[in-house]
Design a protein around this ligand. Structure first.
Ligand SMILES: Nc1ncnc2c1ncn2[C@@H]1O[C@H](COP(=O)(O)OP(=O)(O)OP(=O)(O)O)[C@@H](O)[C@H]1O
Ligand SMILES: [Mg+2]
Length: 595
């Protein structure tokens, strides 16, 4: 079979007013048709004599006698999706359009059609034809008479050209589609890349922020620790003066002022410690749905009358492992901030509920993690927070309030507490549209217990026992010694572990209790000293003291506030109380004597 096979378009249209010529073309292009006398005459006219049989390829030949008729055939062929590949058009076809006019009209319908205009006379010059038809590469002028081979060659060449033209157009179309698809893919990839870059920048920003908070936290913790020592001294001496001095009203007043100021400073350092997470926490199982409504009365007193407070709790217990006092501090801080943001009144909602955090929720907040959480939501419809303020909200000492109105430690301590409880905080706010703070805290599912009551303060009782006081800070040591001596105790002092060992050498047998700082210079910690001395005297009572929380310093040592641990700064009463309590505890049994 010929390579120019049947799937090629072999449709040819002959437009000629001489019907015999139709037959003639059919005889050449579509073999196997009967010939007639008329055909032979026409053949002679067209080709100059009878045609010789030439190997034929099947063309499908239609014919029309007038231009209009030819145009109608072209139209219906296109509409049927079977267009002609080429047409032979006679130049003179009275009474209708001539060949040039017919060609012009046909190209309006089917510009791909390859056309051979057959002319016996020079009806038109080339220039005239180009003027009428424009430059078209699908046009050939063929002078009559032409021979069979010429007609066949043209038929082959033009149908093939039509085919190649269609092929290349199809390929071009496919190529354009591929380019468009690839462009879309690239655009999508580009979008994804942009999103990833934005996401990465956001995560980096959060990380930077967290690192900054960590650094500031350490700084705040360090400062607070030093302050604690100073405050212990100030408050202790105020206490001493209070009870010993010749009293007059002015001195009384001055002492009260000093004490109030020192107490405020103590609270401040406590908040700084809270932020730096060095504050000791006393966690227990608590039900937020129980604790938060209990704050209602206090909150209502705190808020102006024109603030409508709504507390939405209830439902099953929301049990978390937390320090209840710290939880209250969180809510109080958030409520006070909300109050300050609504100077002309508004609404404050405090809600607690359980929430499941799914992995996909964690994408918008890198601090979040999946699981079941308790959420405390504090929402107001106050002034809202400006976008440039939002990133600084939790920094210590960041405040937008007037001097004296805010210290900027409220949210910093909220942040610290929440971190210490292994949770996180989220804020949503828009300037002028209020603020919504959400605190997420891990739920405790195992052994939910109701809280235990805090111990009641006991009466202050002194004693006559002997105490070894070890403290590197000179003023703190002096104060503690004074306080203890005033309660009747005998006190030996030392400023380091090594010095304490030397005191022990001479007075060890008299000493009933060791009160020692945890961290001291000189190469021996309070703990090492205690272990050494306990090795020498099993009944020795030990109390540790430190400005750091036991969590940060204990290292396998069980430290219990009020029993064997006294956090600094301490109120003189606390010192006296813990000493007595410890001394009154039954002594550990002495090791059995060997026979
Ligand atoms: N609910 C809120 N609405 C609008 N702004 C708020 C809200 N909560 C906090 N802010 C903004 O955050 C800042 C920091 O709050 P933060 O509680 O840490 O400090 P403060 O309230 O200024 O001072 P402090 O709490 O120590 O008395 C505030 O000064 C305020 O600008
Ligand atoms: Mg505040």
């Amino acid at each position: 079979m010929n390579t120019l096979s049947a799937d090629r378009n072999r449709r040819i249209l002959v437009i000629d007013d001489n019907r015999a010529i139709h037959e003639d073309f059919r005889k050449i292009l579509a073999p196997g048709l009967p010939t007639s006398a008329a055909l032979n005459i026409a053949e002679t006219e067209l080709f100059g004599g009878p045609t010789n049989p030439v190997p034929k390829i099947e063309f499908e030949v239609d014919s029309a006698s007038q231009g209009q008729e030819g145009l109608a055939l072209v139209r219906s062929a296109c509409a049927a999706g079977r267009p002609y590949a080429m047409a032979f058009v006679d130049i003179r076809m009275p009474p209708g359009w001539d060949g040039v006019e017919t060609t012009r009209k046909i190209w309006e319908v089917d510009p791909d059609l390859q056309i051979v205009i057959c002319t016996a006379y020079s009806d038109y010059s080339w220039n005239e034809m180009f003027e009428k038809l424009g430059q078209h590469d699908g046009l050939v002028i063929l002078k009559k008479p032409f021979d069979t081979v010429e007609a066949l060659q043209l038929a082959h060449a033009f149908t093939e050209k039509w085919w190649l033209h269609q092929q290349s157009r199809r390929k071009m179309h496919e190529l354009e589609n591929m380019v468009a698809a690839r462009t879309r893919e690239l655009q999508t990839a580009n979008e994804q890349l942009k999103n990833e870059m934005a996401e990465r920048a956001r995560t980096e920003e959060v990380l930077r922020q967290a690192q900054k908070m960590e650094a500031v936290g350490q700084l705040a913790g360090g400062i607070a620790h030093d302050f604690n020592n100073l405050l212990t001294i100030i408050r202790g001496y105020v206490q001493c003066l209070n009870s010993e001095m010749q009293r007059n009203a002015d001195v009384d007043e001055a002492l009260r002022e000093i004490d109030v100021a020192a107490e405020r400073a103590t609270k401040l350092t406590s908040q700084m410690l809270m932020f730096s997470r060095k504050k000791k926490m006393q966690p227990r199982s608590i039900n937020l749905n129980e604790i938060i409504p209990q704050l209602g009365t206090m909150l209502r007193r705190l808020l102006d009358e024109n603030v409508a407070l709504k507390i939405e709790t209830g439902g099953p217990p929301l049990t978390i492992r937390a320090d209840p006092v710290m939880m209250e501090m969180i809510v109080l801080n958030l409520a006070v901030n909300a109050r300050d943001a609504m100077p002309h009144g508004g609404k404050l909602l405090i809600a607690t509920y359980e929430i499941e955090i799914k992995p996909e929720d964690c994408q918008r907040n890198p601090q979040a993690r999946p699981g079941q959480f308790a959420c405390i939501r504090v929402e107001d419809n106050g002034s809202g927070i400006a976008p440039e303020v939002l990133p600084h909200l939790f920094e210590p000492f960041f405040t937008t309030k007037e001097v004296g109105k805010g210290t900027g430690l409220g949210l910093a301590s909220v942040y610290g507490i929440v971190k210490q409880h292994e949770g996180w905080v989220e804020v949503e706010s828009e300037l002028g549209h209020g603020a919504r703070f959400k605190i997420f805290l891990p739920l405790e599912f195992k052994n939910p217990k109701t809280g235990t009551l805090l111990p009641k303060p006991a009466l202050l009782v002194g004693g006559s026992e002997t105490i070894l006081l070890v403290e590197d800070e000179h003023s703190v040591r002096r104060l503690a010694k004074l306080l203890l001596q005033r309660q009747g105790y005998r006190v030996y002092e030392a400023s380091s572990g090594v010095e304490a060992l030397a005191v022990w050498e001479t007075h060890g047998s008299e000493i009933d209790l060791l009160l020692t700082d945890m961290i001291m210079p000189g190469g021996m910690s309070g703990r090492e000293l205690a272990e050494k001395l306990a090795g020498k005297k099993a009944q020795l009572k030990i109390i540790y003291t430190s400005g750091y929380s036991p969590d940060t310093i204990s290292q396998n040592l069980t430290l219990k506030e009020g029993s064997n641990f006294l956090p600094k700064p301490y109120h003189p009463d606390k010192l006296i109380h813990i000493i007595r309590q410890r001394l009154d505890e039954p002594a550990p049994a002495p090791p059995a004597l060997k026979n």
